[in-house]
Design a protein around this ligand. Structure first.
Ligand SMILES: Nc1ncnc2c1ncn2[C@@H]1O[C@H](COP(=O)(O)OP(=O)(O)OP(=O)(O)O)[C@@H](O)[C@H]1O
Ligand SMILES: [Mg+2]
Length: 334
């Protein structure tokens, strides 16, 4: 599906190709969460965390320990379209209910107690978190319970899969993992993550059966960075990411040596995609992806790759823009 664009082929720009700077400008204008907005959200969520941390301290019997900012706002990989902020609430495992629905209901009660001025309907358990919806901004904060057993690196059990058992992981170690890659390729690593997440968003808009979790996207982009790929030209970076997806068909296991030796990884699990949590060698973050879902990602990556290579051979700028719209959506205008 190629959208039409208004740039005539005889325009003075017509012979120019899409360059790194075009994508970078588009990302700043249309993809990235603005710095001011990020600051405002961080301020809002830090007030919320202060309140919850105080509530936890005032009610020692509940076994609430502390909150941590997790998710894309913490990692600096958020898109402009950010619609939820993730906060982890560490809970003493022996003090709170163990089943997920019970734990979420219990947490919702605690949050309602901490926020008596909010309507109960603003604080609701959903899939794996309790969301707090701010009436004024429309923003919602998803509070995810983490069952904590005293680990120094803040490892704890998190419900990450539908109907599944909680997985042992560590949010601070995830943040450290991302920070390390961000430091190695300043601005570019995070930007490539955001560009690929934006592409995922376009795919989801076309097909609601399409999935590729942000955390998986980050790990794919990190894996390629670790193999030495330079992300400083975004046209090439995106081409490399899609080429990797196509070539590996996402059937090659991805894992990282940051926190465990690769010898600790399990034997092939038989799952269509294996992308292991950098903190827990037994947690395949993609374990609930089906063969059909894997194939959809690979097919979409193939289309993106073809579009990028066609853009390179386009004889007019208008045509090159059309090709890039396949990847970045119709709002990309060069
Ligand atoms: N399957 C999982 N196993 C371990 N930790 C997970 C898993 N899924 C999510 N997490 C944790 O939750 C965090 C949030 O990841 P997620 O992919 O949900 O969204 P995000 O980074 O906030 O992106 P988005 O912009 O889409 O909201 C991750 O950084 C990670 O710490
Ligand atoms: Mg998030």
């Amino acid at each position: 599906m190629i959208a039409t664009t208004p740039i005539p082929s005889d325009s003075p720009l017509a012979s120019q190709k899409i360059a790194h700077s075009d994508i970078s400008t588009f990302a700043d204008a249309s993809i990235n969460l603005k710095r001011e907005d990020a600051e405002e959200y961080r301020g809002q969520v830090s007030r919320l965390r202060d309140k919850l941390d105080r509530y936890a301290a005032d009610h020692p019997d509940y076994g609430l320990i502390k909150t941590l900012l997790s998710g894309s706002l913490a990692k600096g990989t958020a898109l402009k379209t950010l619609n939820d902020i993730d906060v982890a609430f560490y809970v003493k495992a022996e003090k709170a209910p163990t089943g997920e629905p019970e734990l979420l209901n219990w947490l919702a009660e605690r949050l309602r107690e901490a926020y008596p001025q909010m309507a109960a309907s603003q604080i609701q358990p959903n899939k794996h978190s309790v969301s707090i919806k701010y009436a004024v901004s429309g923003l919602s904060v998803d509070v995810v319970p983490v069952q904590y057993t005293g680990d120094a690196d803040d490892r704890g059990y998190l419900f990450a899969f539908d109907g599944g058992k909680p997985v042992l992981t560590s949010i601070p170690l995830h943040l450290k993992f991302i920070r390390k890659r961000k430091d190695q390729q300043k601005t570019h690593f995070a930007q490539v993550v955001r560009l690929v997440k934006w592409w995922v968003r376009q795919q989801k808009g076309r097909d609601d059966g399409f999935r590729l979790k942000s955390f998986m996207t980050e790990m794919i982009v990190a894996h390629l960075a670790d193999t030495g790929i330079d992300y400083s030209d975004y046209t090439i970076a995106l081409e490399k990411v899609f080429a990797y997806m196509v070539k590996s068909r996402l059937k090659t296991r991805i894992a990282f040596a940051d926190n465990y030796a690769s010898s600790k990884l399990p034997a092939p699990t038989g799952k269509p995609i294996e992308i292991f949590d950098p903190v827990n060698e037994n947690n395949n973050v993609a374990s609930d992806y089906t063969e059909v879902q894997r194939q959809k990602i690979v097919d979409a990556a193939q289309e993106a790759l073809e579009a990028i290579s066609q853009a390179r051979f386009a004889t007019t700028r208008g045509r090159a823009i059309e090709c890039w719209q396949e990847v970045l959506g119709p709002s990309f205008r060069g």
